[in-house]
Design a binder for this molecule. Structure first.
Ligand code: BGC
Length: 430
């Protein structure tokens, strides 16, 4: 069965630490509200995310259900701003933070993105809550590193772990194109033959959406072409963005974009994934929040959908995690604490992740009733080489991601050529 491919373990898998190198820069500004006082108060708790609709909202709703059971005195207020990967939410959040109008808590990616908020002194150290809620050993150490500074301060509580390097496919579309839905593709070259076949059958070969999904594709192609070590080197300066390996990867990216739907720039990820669900497209590269969309559509078995690591990335887990923060000046800090307690709890992690397509950040959560895909992701996370996602805040600060996104959009809309694209990517990472 196709899904078994994700379970392939890489013996002695190495974890490539992101080097969320501790800035040590921001003062310890924790106040009484985060230092272990009793939660009381009640009132409204505004939770800012970009899980505004569809399967993402269903995930949030599941978490809210647990919150309401655990903290009936508090009222959840949905501050969600639509736009996949926070494409609209993050700018709006920054305006609010700069205007001293923070929500009670907001979603932030583990890694470099969280570091941005730490450096700007926009979030509090919540390590006291790790002690109070008994979370200290609940999460993998490498994940906690991505939430922490060198001096041991921890700045958020993770809700989930997602995998970015997954291809989702419609087996009927593949069969109609003369392909074996259970076929394996060792690398991108092998995959091109299948993409050609789907294209010749008259369907979109590879569905995609607006810029951030194109950056998402780009990162998986870089990983495929460079391998985990050189890919990680893109973010720590040890891999040359101007080098021939990157040029080759960008050529692959250009080729893959040639298989995609023309209306892409007006779509978001659910639309692109839906094209596969509806049988209008053969393949889609998307993070495993797509799993929740397939589940929501009733796709349960390999007859309904198949999935596999982006060709050339088997044994690699392109990692990202969402987490929740205590903003400086949160209007209802006791309410924030209550939300963070739910996020970190076993019940919260199980309910949320089952619905979200992700895997729990907690290592002691019970995933036995999770989907087959999710079980495979649990295995893969435990055994594969972990690398950091570009499009989802793990690898680079927001400003770098924004510059990469601008360069990508210019390239895919025909406003720049490959050489210009490559030098703009290099400049973005200076
Ligand atoms: C988030 C996921 C979300 C996805 C699409 C990612 O950046 O981490 O939780 O489902 O974007 O919106």
């Amino acid at each position: 069965m196709r899904s078994a491919r994700l379970m392939t373990a890489t013996a002695g898998a190495a974890v490539l630490a992101l080097g969320l190198a501790a800035c040590g820069g921001s003062d310890d500004s924790s106040d009484e509200s985060t230092s272990g006082e009793e939660m009381s108060g009640g009132g409204e708790v505004e939770v800012f995310t970009w899980w505004a609709a569809g399967s993402e909202k269903a995930g949030l709703d599941a978490l809210v259900g647990v919150f309401e059971e655990q903290h009936p005195d508090y009222t959840f207020v949905n501050g969600a701003v639509a736009g996949g990967a926070g494409s609209a939410a993050k700018d709006l959040l920054q305006s609010r933070l700069q205007a001293s109008d923070p929500p009670d808590t907001f979603q932030a990616h583990a890694g470099a993105e969280l570091q941005d908020y730490i450096d700007a002194a926009q979030i509090e150290d919540v390590s006291a809550l790790y002690d109070e809620f008994g979370l200290t050993d609940a999460f993998p150490a490498d994940l906690v590193d991505r939430l922490s500074t060198e001096d041991g301060a921890i700045y958020s509580i993770p809700s989930n772990i997602h995998r970015a390097n997954v291809v989702w496919a419609n087996p009927t579309v593949l069969e109609d194109a003369g392909l074996d839905p259970a076929a394996e593709y060792a690398d991108l070259d092998a995959w091109y033959e299948a993409l050609d076949a789907v294209e010749e059958s008259g369907q979109t070969a590879l569905s995609i959406a607006t810029t951030w999904t194109q950056v998402h594709l780009l990162e998986t192609v870089l990983l495929s072409e460079l391998g985990p070590e050189a890919y990680t080197g893109l973010w720590d300066g040890s891999t040359d963005w101007e080098g021939p390996e990157v040029t080759a990867a960008l050529e692959d990216f250009e080729k893959l974009m040639g298989y995609t739907n023309d209306d892409r720039d007006g779509l978001d990820w659910p639309d692109a994934t839906q094209q596969v669900i509806d049988g209008q497209a053969g393949f889609n590269v998307m993070g495993d929040w797509a799993e929740a969309a397939f589940q929501e559509a009733g796709a349960m078995s390999p007859d309904d959908y198949v999935y596999f690591p982006v060709p050339g990335t088997d044994g690699e887990f392109d990692f990202l995690a969402d987490s929740f923060t205590m903003p400086v000046g949160a209007p209802n800090p006791d309410g924030t604490k209550a939300w963070l307690e739910t996020v970190g709890s076993v019940e919260g992690q199980e309910a949320f992740n089952k619905a979200k397509g992700s895997i729990p950040a907690r290592t002691d959560a019970d995933t036995s009733d999770f989907s087959e895909y999710q079980q495979s992701a649990v295995e893969a996370f435990a055994n594969d080489t972990i690398v950091s996602s570009l499009a989802h805040g793990a690898a680079t600060p927001i400003a770098t991601l924004n510059a990469i996104s601008d360069a990508t959009s210019k390239f895919t809309t025909g406003a720049s050529d490959l050489a210009t694209f490559q030098s703009e990517l290099a400049a973005a990472n200076m």
